[in-house]
Design a protein around this ligand. Sequence first.
Ligand code: AHR
Length: 658
Amino acid sequence: MKKILLVLALIYTISGNFVHGQHDIKVDIDHPKATIQPYMWGIFFEDINFSADGGIYAELVKNRSFEFYEPMMGWQETSKKDGNGKIFILKQEQNKPENPTYIRIDSRNDDGMFGVVNEGFRGMGVRAGNRYNFLVIARKVGNNNPEISVELLSTDGQVIGQTSISGFREDWQKMEGSFTSSQTDAKAKLRVMVNGTGIVEMDMISLFPEDTWNKRKNGLRADLVQMLYDLHPGFLRFPGGCIVEGHDLSLRYQWKKTVGPVEDREVIVNRWNTEFMHRHTPDYYQSFGLGFYEYFLLAEDLGAEPLPILNCGMACQYNTGELVPMDELDPYIQDALDLIEFANGDTTTKWGKLRAEMGHPEPFNMKFIGIGNEQWGEQYVERYQKFAEVISNKHPGIMLVGGSGPRPEDDRFHYLWKEMKDEKVDLIDEHYYMNPEWFFENADRYDDYDRNGPKVFAGEYAAHGPDNEDPASKNSWLSALSEAAFMTGLVRNADVVNMASYAPLMAHIEAWQWRPDLIWFDNLTVMGTPNYYVQKLYSNHTGSEVLNITMDGKPLTGQDKLYASASVDKKAGKVYVKLVNASEEAQEVNVDLSGKAKIRKKATAYLMTADNPLAYNTLKNPKNVAPVKTEIKLRGQSISETLTQLVKNATQKTKKCA
Ligand code: AHR
């Protein structure tokens, strides 16, 4: 048998490091005990905290289609060279009910320029030397031939990119232009003006960087997708979260309204606009430029299984809790069937054809669907049953995810677990937003779960600890350490826990509603939190089978504040060991890897620690808490002596940095 490469992740408090000593930890390399699903560690995407519009969807213009409740939100009238005129808001409800509002710029001075300026999403992030693509759907009114001037403005109002567009017709047309930015600026603006006298009507005024993820036209922000890609996520859960449910049913997520041409996707208010009055975000809407097709594409790019969650006929029970009567549920179920056709169907079918027209004739091979998000009560069970009956009959291969409510251990949870088990649901979605102590204490949560029941999808979790006014402070080292400890329990129970995802995924540092979040960004930069690096340590080193790792013959679930998991990837010839020390004391450990399989002398180690439990990363200091990779030489099959040296060196280094 070829020699195995050991990959070791040591995650510990700085004082509670590891030293050679009396705790005997044994990894049983020869007897793998359960399969780990290749899609075990995934990501949860919801348009919260400006994650989609203003975030990963690279559109720089806010309210491009004038559909916000205040149509001029994000826009301001402007002029140059003594220009003057009038702005009108028009509405074509009959011709274009899904996107009726547009703007008329009526410029009335032959020598001047008159129009509007857009502020972007807390500004527009642009880079010197990068190209930007402008697009507008426009027509002229009257006999003259107006020209528009399109200018990128720096924070201090200088023109840093410019193009002009002419040749408007009297019918609506897509008009395009592009320019290079001469400066880097996180708070640029876009100015669009009619030159001289003339009337131009415009809708969908849009500006995208050319340099998007995979260079897709009008696509996603490359740096943000790269962060997701680096996680190698096994699945992508979308589009949420509570956003699926809606504050009321009229504002629920309807996937069919998010596919096809972007100008035909109806804009609605984002539920996180008003959800928290202390974080009120009046300019938060959903353009659905990132719609279901784009989500499927993103999943494919990331090599992740797509896992859409659908509304089950219930609005958010924290809000209106509106219910669709049982005899009116069919359209909701039909949406699920049509989604399967959209994702997997032949191109001769209605929805498969649309997928092909949008650019993806090959199926997306969707295998999972979630029915409802964080619902509870018998109303949920009866609706779930109807969905499950129809979907399972028509598509027995699709795995269904049912919910267990918003909390990990209350009456709603226990009731739903029992009901979902009776329904033989494939996976149960559990949510836990708890304090770090809970995560430490629950490292053995799944040890006694029924091995014959449904599988667990830990669909939303995050440790919520103390914070300060700095947005990312809630993503403390302590929270990440507790998640690392808890996740050892997920690996150990991978026969029950098949999928897991931290939540929420992303937040704009100037426009967030909810924290902690895995990734923080502004208009130009992005950083991973300590929690991100913990997720990455796990998702980049998953393994295909669980190995027993024990102390005194028992799994490490917090004895002396030690936690551990081990797995093997037989194909790659790698063993992954994760060791977490949450104690303030150094732990005296011998780690014995003996077995028939031989270990290579050179191993890879990742060490993650910080000198303060409340340490966190910022956009200016993004790797304050992050793993350090190193190579170690093993002596024999035990890593203890080496481990002491390794931790000593790393601790000294971390102290120097701090
Ligand atoms: O992740 C934020 C929110 O938390 C999700 O939208 C919801 O499902 C949960 O309550």
